[in-house]
Design a protein around this ligand. Structure first.
Ligand SMILES: Nc1nc2c(ncn2[C@@H]2O[C@H](COP(=O)(O)OP(=O)(O)OP(=O)(O)O)[C@@H](O)[C@H]2O)c(=O)[nH]1
Length: 143
């Protein structure tokens, strides 16, 4: 019997949790490598923004660090790969914010947890307080 395996298309992978293409930027990219030495230039302090889709990660990043008006965040597109932003307004303020796509699959073979979490100074997990599903879960956790 001839069994054929069909590669999932990009569009279908968006709808399935746990199936993300490599283009999400889970691994080390060329621009992360400093030509002067072989260690990643991303060794500056790093803050990770994680959380469910549409929880407000990119809005926080744009409003806090790019002076975007909160109203304008209504028109932000969904993040489809890790967005790395250098914040360096002075020698004292010099770090990176990594804005993750809404649903990260930590078990994806291309997810380089060593590279992502090593050297991370803080992880901010954003929760939408208006998410009714989360409210139900929180309520059921009360004793
Ligand atoms: N009501 C309300 N809406 C918000 C708030 N913050 C963000 N939003 C809206 O929520 C939507 C999603 O915001 P994003 O910042 O794109 O969310 P995200 O977590 O980056 O989403 P993904 O990129 O899909 O993971 C946008 O339409 C925002 O305008 C908030 O504090 N209150």
């Amino acid at each position: 019997m001839n069994i054929q395996y069909e590669e999932p298309t990009l569009s279908s992978s968006y709808s399935v949790v746990g199936s993300f293409p490599k283009s999400f930027g889970y691994g080390l990219e060329d621009q992360d490598l400093d030509p002067e030495d072989s260690s990643p230039s991303t060794s500056k302090p790093r803050i990770l923004l994680m959380g469910l889709r549409r929880s407000g990660k990119s809005s926080i990043q744009k409003v806090v660090f790019h002076k975007m008006s909160p109203n304008e965040t209504l028109f932000l597109e969904s993040t489809n790969k890790i967005y790395k932003d250098d914040i360096s307004s002075s020698s004292f303020v010099n770090f990176q914010i990594w804005d993750f796509p809404g649903q990260v699959d930590f078990f994806d073979p291309t997810f380089d947890s060593e590279m992502i979490f090593k050297g991370t100074g803080a992880l901010i997990f954003v929760i939408d307080a208006q998410d009714s599903t989360l409210r139900t879960v929180a309520a059921s956790c009360r004793f």
